[in-house]
Design a protein around this ligand. Structure first.
Ligand code: PRP
Ligand code: URA
Length: 214
């Protein structure tokens, strides 16, 4: 279940997604609970974000006879995780699509400038031939997501989707301006960003809540 927020921006408003997201937002949720919920939500988001993948029929034999059976068409997907918190979504996505290729983009936000600082990049060399789904739970200013996608485009990626859990309206505006060709899927667009660039009401710092580093 999903609804359009604007051209190229989809909100996945399935009741299970919304219920689990509320549990994640709750400050009383433990680190272990937060990680498990993110992995579970990733399954549900993966289902929605891959809804339009093309199929092709393959001849197989069931124990009862021959049939043309639908299978995913084309080269395997790439999941691109923006570290660290992207790995929480990545794990759940890989549960459903275990053969996907994986790119890692190491970025952290400078706390003063809110600009991303890159510390790692590794992506499949044939990314130009594959659909790439970029994952990060949080789209706040969108500076990180914009930079990650620029990096992937420089590497040749030309068929991209951005998937997050929570977005700020300011981040959606900045992202869709910078990358109008990249559809966005999110479970929620919250109220606003605070003066420190955090999503309100949000869920706090996703990386810290996932790994207990606060
Ligand atoms: C968080 C989050 C995004 C980024 C979003 O990562 O996972 O990558 O902030 O903010 P932005 O839209 O304003 O760029 P963070 O920089 O805290 O790094 P971490 O995942 O290593 O904790
Ligand atoms: N990064 C986070 O982890 N949370 C926010 O609210 C904003 C950026």
């Amino acid at each position: 279940m999903s609804k359009k927020y604007q051209e190229n921006v989809t909100i996945v408003d399935h009741p299970l997604v919304q219920h689990k997201l509320s549990l994640m937002r709750d400050e009383k949720t433990s680190t272990a609970g937060f990680r498990l919920l993110l992995r579970e939500i990733a399954h549900l988001l993966c289902y929605e974000v891959t809804r339009d993948l093309e199929l092709e029929n393959i001849a197989i034999n069931t124990p009862m006879g021959a049939m043309d059976a639908p299978k995913l068409k084309g080269k395997k997907l790439v999941f691109a995780s923006i570290l660290r918190a992207g790995n929480g979504l990545l794990e759940g996505m890989l549960d459903l699509v275990p053969s996907a290729r994986v790119a890692h983009i190491g970025l952290y936000r400078d706390h003063d400038t809110l600009m991303p600082v890159e510390y790692y990049f590794k992506a499949p060399s044939d990314i130009a031939d594959r659909l790439t789904i970029v994952v990060d739970p949080m789209l706040a200013t969108a500076n990180s997501a914009i930079a990650a996608i620029e990096r992937l485009k420089d590497r040749g990626a030309n068929n991209l989707i951005f998937l997050c859990l929570l977005a700020a309206p300011e981040g959606i505006a900045a992202f869709t301006k910078a990358h109008p060709d990249v559809p966005v899927f999110t479970a929620s667009i919250d109220d606003h960003l605070n003066e420190k660039g955090y999503i309100v009401p949000g869920l706090g710092d996703a990386g810290d809540r996932m790994y207990g580093t606060r």
